[in-house]
Design a protein around this ligand. Structure first.
Ligand code: DC
Length: 225
């Protein structure tokens, strides 16, 4: 990171899967005209890349090499792995599972660090993930930790799957959600936890619009300090 980009405002939105952080982060970025980083997509792309190339998800050195050279681009509202549009593919449950596994490998996290920091560009950045406020952008101006109960998050995922014409099983989704939370929270490197200076936002009973407003007013308060 150079000195010019170090002064650019960053808003970090961390939290467990299906907490709504992606949607909230994207809307906050649009409202402010900021860039947007979906860091989870980079872990998903790394897992997908390994799965496609037959690399074992626990082969740390090989997966880190894939992560470092990931031919990933975000353009036209889509996610690309080389010339393949993988926007929907990376959202599959199996790829999410894989992402959670490769994300526990320290060399993989290190390989993705500079790529994530490169998104800090004028006029500012909204970054969503698990360790945006604690590790990647520890100096961010405004940090938010978005949560919701595992049941509420499983229900949201259930609705999304059904809307897309997929079959889904609610108790299985709750169990998956709890297993993934446990893995993301327990890992040694960059575990899922709120930064000490993060605003905690529980969205179990909150709609997206209210969450977006809460993040924007947190940012405005921080700007005023
Ligand atoms: O946010 P998501 O569900 O797309 O993230 C997929 C996986 O990647 C998730 O299991 C945790 C991991 N992840 C991470 O470890 N650190 C991040 N900054 C973002 C995601």
């Amino acid at each position: 990171m150079n000195t010019a980009s170090a002064s650019l405002p960053v808003i970090t939105i961390d939290g467990p899967s299906a907490s709504g952080k992606g949607t909230v982060a994207e809307r906050v970025a649009t409202a402010l005209g900021f860039h947007f980083l979906d860091s989870g997509a980079l872990y998903r792309l790394t897992a997908l890349s390994a799965m496609k190339q037959g690399v074992a998800l626990d082969d740390e050195a090989a997966v880190a090499q894939l992560a470092a050279a990931l031919p990933a681009t975000f353009r036209d509202g889509a996610v690309w792995l080389a010339e393949e549009n993988v926007t929907d593919t990376i959202r599959a449950e199996a790829v999410g599972e894989g992402a959670s596994k490769v994300a526990a490998l320290p060399a993989v996290r290190a390989a993705l660090l500079d790529r994530q920091r490169a998104y800090r560009q004028a006029p500012g950045l909204v970054a969503d993930g698990r360790d945006m406020g604690t590790v990647v952008f520890a100096d961010a101006l405004a940090k938010v930790f978005l949560t919701a109960s595992a049941e509420a998050r499983a229900e949201r995922r259930y609705k999304q799957l059904i809307e897309k014409g997929n079959s889904a099983n609610l108790p299985a989704l709750v169990a998956d959600m709890q297993a993934r939370d446990a893995r993301d929270t327990a890992r040694a490197v960059a575990p899922l936890k709120p930064a000490a200076d993060a605003l905690l936002l529980d969205t179990t009973q909150m709609d997206i619009e209210s969450a977006v407003r809460a993040v924007l007013s947190h940012y405005q308060r921080k700007q005023g300090n």
